[in-house]
Design a protein around this ligand. Structure first.
Ligand code: IPE
Ligand code: IPE
Ligand code: MG
Length: 237
């Protein structure tokens, strides 16, 4: 049976810390294994026919973690973004960044900008990384921008539509996710893509992110194929 491959898969990659703890290792070990796994899953996803992959790397709430964990994560992101410049070239992957980079260290901001710029003409996997991302923060930033355009007279309030508003979000140019996957057992959104996930199918798995494999991705896609997507409409008799 041929499976329908979702065009856009969004992932909340969760459980790095618990996975590491279960192995008697520090949380930072879980994060670095998680980052490695992300490179593998990116290739697998593209080979399966997924066109857009959007992953949650760091939320606007994750600053509340210990200073030690936050700085270990930032160090990891510095390395990860550097490597990604090379892998994006090798895999023809186009990278976009979701979130507000202004709170990140200058060198990390520079890496992110370079990653986006150097991959902008690539035609393979569209890969979105959400870093210092929160859906509420994204919506507020979009509203500020749009309100500014209204004040300047570029937009009249009655011209605002859902489609136009979407164009102010960090995900402009990216279609809404068809499937959301969250690893490691939690069943919540944690401030992820609340506008964009309005009609996505949700798949939750107990598998922690560092242990998540291509087979687990297939399982999610199989489940997705068993769903009847309705978008509010009536099913045909
Ligand atoms: C996900 O793993 C990665 C980030 C949120 C940065 P966690 O760090 O949330 O791991 P758990 O959920 O504590 O196991
Ligand atoms: C969500 O995971 C954020 C990322 C995966 C980056 P968390 O582990 O931070 O979410 P909560 O705190 O369990 O809701
Ligand atoms: Mg977590």
């Amino acid at each position: 049976m041929d499976l329908v491959i979702p065009q856009h898969v969004a992932i909340i990659l969760d459980g790095n810390g618990r996975w590491a703890k279960s192995k008697g290792m520090p949380r930072s070990y879980g994060h670095s294994r998680g980052a490695k796994n992300l490179e593998v899953i990116c290739e697998d996803a593209y080979n399966m026919g997924i066109k857009y992959l959007t992953v949650y790397l760091f939320s606007t709430e994750n600053w509340k973690r210990s200073q030690e964990e936050v700085s270990a994560l930032m160090q990891l992101f510095r390395r990860y973004t550097k490597t990604s410049i090379k892998t994006a070239k090798k895999n023809n992957m186009k990278v976009r960044v979701l979130g507000d980079p202004s709170a990140l260290d200058d060198d990390l901001q520079k890496n992110l900008a370079e990653l986006v710029e150097s991959s902008k003409d690539h035609t393979g996997l569209n890969f979105q990384i959400a870093i210092n991302y929160g859906s509420r923060n994204e919506i507020v930033r979009a509203i500020r921008h749009l309100a500014g355009d209204c004040v300047e007279g570029r937009v009249a309030p009655e011209e605002i539509t859902e489609e136009m508003f979407s164009g102010y979000l960090d995900t402009r140019e990216v279609p809404d996710p068809d499937l959301l996957i969250r690893t490691s057992g939690e069943q919540r959104l944690s401030n992820y893509l609340m506008w964009q996930l309005a009609y996505s199918e949700f798949y939750f798995t107990e598998v922690p992110w560092p242990a998540f494999t291509k087979d687990d991705l297939w399982k999610a896609i199989e489940k997705y194929n068993g769903r009847e997507r309705r978008f509010g409409g009536r099913l045909e008799e």
